[in-house]
Design a protein. Sequence first.
Length: 235
Amino acid sequence: MSVALLVIGNEILRGDTQDTNSHFLAGELAQRGARLERIVTIPDDLELIAAMLRSMAGLFDRVITSGGIGPTPDDLTRDAVALAFGLECILFEDAAQEWRRRKGAELNEGQLAMCTLPTGARLIRTQSTSAPGFVLGNCYVLAGVPSVMREMWATVADEFRGPIQQIASFRVRMPESVFAPLLRRYQQQWPTLDFGSYPKMEGEWFTEIKVIGDDLEEVQRVCRELEADIIALED
């Protein structure tokens, strides 16, 4: 299952808000075997959001958006989803009724706006807020506030499944330039595996090398061979 993540918000691009949602979702998807293949961050621009959604929905099995479903003028995701797929936004009366029940009063204009969604949407409800996220086709529209986003994600996470990738790793203490040619040779020899080299320079210095693939036995075997070949470079 291929997945793309569309992060929406001027505040992310300005550096006012740190994007922790992408990091969280990347880990969650990896644990479930879904392959996150792209993360794109864009501003609060109706036409751009719609164009990106339309493009991503055709390229990936699932698209997740984060941000832009609040009640203020910069919250454009609901309208952008409708624009992307040629739909109208209508008031979902069941969402409004549930909100009225929780609130014990009539909803204001902003609260009604958050219950006004593209036709055909499937609601994503949470306990912490009455404002729903929603699913339309292969697009999953989640909140930008991290705590709310995670609660929304928990309700749909089981819809993201695939073969979980296997990882084997080891550490070395030598410059990457020494073993880079060997790593390239391994990548050419085993094109179905991914080889990564990740220097760590905080406190203790070392490089972690990872071998990633679908077959655990193959991943572990190739990892052992690579480690032995790299160690031999020290001689």
